[in-house]
Design a protein around this ligand. Structure first.
Ligand SMILES: Cc1cc2nc3c(=O)[nH]c(=O)nc-3n(C[C@H](O)[C@H](O)[C@H](O)COP(=O)(O)OP(=O)(O)OC[C@H]3O[C@@H](n4cnc5c(N)ncnc54)[C@H](O)[C@@H]3O)c2cc1C
Length: 442
């Protein structure tokens, strides 16, 4: 049975393809697996688990020291907290049972639906949930967020209630945001009654998936950054990764891409043509974690904030997701500030202390969540300069170029997912394609 490994793998011999020297003299055959998965975020772990449980010989390569990608749970000052509030949007009972099985029952129902701020006060439900149903209009959809949402909910309601929030998150006018993106954020990513959540944070699910992979005979190799996807005559031949001690060459006919398509295309050898790897403008997120010297601030888990004077667009209070995350008498707030990673951006340009101050000041006024800023102390700021591509219709060709090009390579299986469960399911679908291709070739 394989395990979660760090490092290992023999040194490489570039002169003798397929054979690797051991301690300078002996040769051994290059390792060969049924599939290599790039990245141990939710999509890579979803693929790895599905493949291992089907009996495939699979290795999941993860550049970081830990698994989970964006879905990690950090610990500091006695608090545990996720990198961004991560609600698993579970759509059916089968997925709920799957979560319970993988987590060995370490799962509970959070009886707190997403809420939003209206006129300075927290209101149950998202902006979408406040729609005046009597005023719904049904018109022709178009490809923009404004057209898509307007045709479902009415232009006035969209302008008043959805535009401020969506534009604050994505940084472009609704007329430029793709309709599919708006529907995903406003309609599909719903937790209208509450949501299922791992007791110790979203990272617990990622750790459990990694352990399930090894229990099923697969390998999860942390601290292994993929450096090259080796391709010959339009077919995948294998992959090269840097481990902490050695380079690792793995022969395979199937690669599941659980990392963004742009960086994956840049790994392909021979190199991708320039049209496959264009520059893509990215949206950034700074997540500000404030310790608050009182037992709780709100009774909510996840709050949408559209107020233009408040730097953050979403706020979460980990205590309200699970008591185990804030075991002390103090609480904490996680505040997601969406921005651009450039020196002119009013959020990104602030240093950590100044950004923490700005968030604490907003929590006091206009939000009125804390009586005075001295109750807040900065725990940390997590900065993600390249969180996701700016969802601007004008750059859709650039956003999709790498994925389109990669998917033409025989043996490459993409697993893109814009949310945790969606990413796991994309990984599972990629695994099905790998297994299907294996059966077809047998
Ligand atoms: C602030 C924020 C809040 C969010 N909130 C929610 C939410 O409430 N609900 C929800 O469902 N989703 C949410 N999401 C989205 C969710 O985090 C992503 O959809 C999900 O993490 C995507 O999973 P992934 O596996 O595709 O990618 P990632 O999580 O990014 O994982 C990719 C992994 O690949 C590794 N990697 C990269 N390059 C290499 C390489 N060359 N070799 C090996 N490994 C490599 C990385 O280290 C990483 O571990 C949120 C995202 C953010 C940023």
């Amino acid at each position: 049975m394989a395990s979660i490994t760090q490092g290992g793998g023999p040194p490489a011999s570039p002169d003798v393809p397929g054979w690797l020297p051991i301690r300078g003299t002996k040769l051994r055959r290059m390792e060969r697996v049924d599939a290599v998965v790039l990245g141990a975020g939710p999509s890579g772990l979803g693929a790895g688990l599905a493949l291992a449980r089907e009996g495939a010989k699979v290795v999941v390569l993860e550049a970081s020291q830990t698994v989970g990608g964006l879905c990690v749970t950090r610990r500091s000052n006695g608090f545990a907290y996720d990198v961004g509030g991560h609600i698993p949007f579970v759509r059916d009972d089968a997925r709920r049972s799957w979560l319970g099985e993988v987590l060995d029952g370490e799962l509970h129902w959070v009886d707190r639906p997403v809420s939003c701020i209206v006129d300075g006060a927290i209101t149950p439900g998202r902006y979408l949930d406040r729609r005046p149903t009597a005023q719904q209009t049904l018109g022709a959809h178009d490809e923009t967020a404004f057209g898509e949402l307007g045709s479902r909910f009415g232009a006035t309601f969209v302008d008043d209630a959805m535009r401020p929030y969506l534009e604050k998150i994505d940084g472009v006018p609704l007329e430029k945001i793709p309709g599919t993106r708006a529907i995903k954020l406003m309609v599909d990513q719903a937790a209208p009654d509450g949501f299922w959540f791992p007791n110790e944070g979203i990272g617990q699910l990622m750790d459990a998936m990694a352990h399930a992979i090894t229990a099923a005979g697969g390998e999860v190799a942390t601290a292994h950054r993929a450096q090259a996807i080796n391709v010959s005559s339009g077919r995948v031949m294998g992959i090269t990764a840097d481990g902490p001690r050695h380079r690792r060459d793995v022969a395979t006919e199937s690669i599941v891409v659980g990392i963004p398509a742009g960086p994956a295309a840049r790994l392909v050898q021979p190199a991708a043509p320039p049209f496959a790897t264009p520059e893509v403008a990215m949206r950034a997120v700074c997540i500000v974690y404030l310790g608050i010297d009182q037992r709780s601030v709100t009774d909510q888990a996840w709050i949408q904030v559209d107020h233009p004077d408040v730097p953050f667009s979403r706020a979460f209070e980990p205590r309200n997701w699970s008591e185990r995350l804030s075991p002390r008498e103090e609480t904490m707030l996680g505040l997601e500030c969406y921005c651009q990673a450039d020196g002119d951006d009013p959020i990104w340009s602030l240093d950590d202390d100044a950004l923490g101050q700005a968030c604490a000041a907003a929590a006091a006024d206009p939000l009125g969540w804390i009586a005075h800023v001295e109750l807040a102390s900065l725990i940390e700021v997590v900065r993600m300069p390249r969180a996701y591509p700016v969802p601007d219709l004008d750059q859709l060709p650039e956003i999709s170029a790498a994925g389109q090009w990669l998917s033409q390579i025989d043996g490459v299986h993409l697993a893109p997912g814009a949310a945790v469960i969606e990413a796991i399911e994309a990984g599972e679908r990629a695994a099905e394609r790998v297994i299907g291709a294996g059966r077809a070739g047998a």
